[in-house]
Write a protein that binds this ligand. Structure first.
Ligand code: NAI
Length: 328
């Protein structure tokens, strides 16, 4: 089957091509992010493969449909960027990669907690500059600190597993408590209690209308002064403007983001020769206690292999008219 792969980078081409050896699809890779103006590139392709910042809103889906596309293979777990109602109405099948190495995102989450706490990013630069002074680098023992995990699915559970090894007190909030997390020592509480008791709040929920701006001015006001907030899930879980106010007042003591509300215009590209016009994002980068990575939490060899293999299996299932079980 002919498949057009949008938002393709050399690593996507490498892993998808390797996984395709067992499937024999004709893959065509384009760097362009999917949006309405480029949907016509899909003419003659029965399927497209899309990533997290591709636009799969109703007008784009309609344009793809007009070009003859019938299947959308998401190479991501999250699907908040797809208008599923419109996709169904147009007769598309949409499949995703519901599970891949949860260790990748969980380990990046813990890396952010440790790097922010011990200011590794600052000491790295200082030492390279011949500055061995310790002022401003003091951290805290994670041992016996309280970490609130919002969303205790596959990734949240792994975060709990790693942090239990540090001797943290673990609180969890999830509408569907996970027995494995309870086994790891997670105490389920309501969201208000989790926010008020946690030294570190880490987000592992999908982005839905319910979780949009889960962290905003109101919820921040209920948290401990100097709280650490980590978001490796989806940018819009956090109201960035409110969190900037929290950083300015000292309410937020540390902020680690792998995702950002308006990341579509920034992430996955080398913009080092250009001016960043997003003033909110630029403001974030001025704080010494903020660390941002560019949506790289998933980016391990194991996760990329899982993603590519499941994506290819989803495409083959569509071609053969048999459900893969990963359809939305
Ligand atoms: P999962 O589906 O295994 O777990 C999500 C959990 O969130 C479930 O237990 C669910 O019950 C819970 N949940 C749903 N609504 C909730 C709410 N209102 N409040 C609290 N919990 C709620 O998903 P998984 O694999 O653990 O992934 C979590 C998120 O991580 C994904 O939705 C995705 O947005 C993000 N992600 C980020 C990546 C990155 O590279 N930064 C890569 C992969 C996933």
């Amino acid at each position: 089957m002919r498949v057009l792969v949008f938002s393709s980078h050399p690593h996507d081409e490498e892993f998808l091509t390797r996984a395709n050896a067992d499937h024999g699809h004709e893959l065509v890779f384009v760097e362009s992010r999917l949006r309405e103006s480029v949907a016509r590139l899909a003419r003659g392709f029965e399927a497209i493969c899309a990533f997290v910042n591709d636009d799969l809103s109703e007008p784009v889906l309609r344009a793809l449909h007009d070009e003859g596309v019938r299947h959308i293979a998401l190479r991501s777990a999250g699907f908040n960027h797809v208008d599923l109602d419109a996709a169904r109405a147009l007769g598309f099948t949409v499949a995703r990669v519901p599970a891949y190495s949860p260790y990748a995102v969980a380990e990046h989450t813990v890396a952010m907690i440790l790097a922010l706490n011990r200011k590794i990013y600052r000491s790295y630069n200082r030492v390279r500059d011949g500055n061995f002074a310790l002022d401003g680098l003091m951290g805290f023992d994670l041992h016996e600190r309280t970490v609130g995990i919002v969303g205790t699915g596959k990734i949240g559970e792994r975060v709990a597993s790693v942090l239990s090894g540090f001797g943290c007190t673990l609180l969890g909030y999830d509408p569907y408590p996970n027995p494995a997390a309870i086994e790891l020592g997670v105490e389920y509480v309501d969201l208000a209690e989790l926010f008020s008791r946690s030294d570190v709040v880490t987000l592992h929920t999908p982005l839905t209308p319910e979780t949009h701006h889960l962290i905003d001015a109101e919820t921040l006001s209920t948290m401990k002064d100097g709280v650490m907030i980590i978001n490796t899930s989806r940018g819009a879980l956090v109201d960035t403007v409110a969190v900037i106010d929290g950083l300015k007042s000292g309410k937020v003591g540390y902020l680690g983001l792998d995702v950002y509300e308006e990341e579509e215009e920034l992430f996955f590209e080398n913009l080092s020769d250009r001016m960043i016009t997003d003033d909110v994002f630029s403001r974030l980068l001025t704080f010494p206690n903020v660390m941002v990575t560019g949506h790289q939490a998933f980016f391990t060899e194991e996760a990329m292999t899982d993603i590519a293999e499941t994506t290819m299996a989803n495409l083959t299932a569509f071609e053969q008219g048999t459900p893969s079980g990963n359809e939305l």
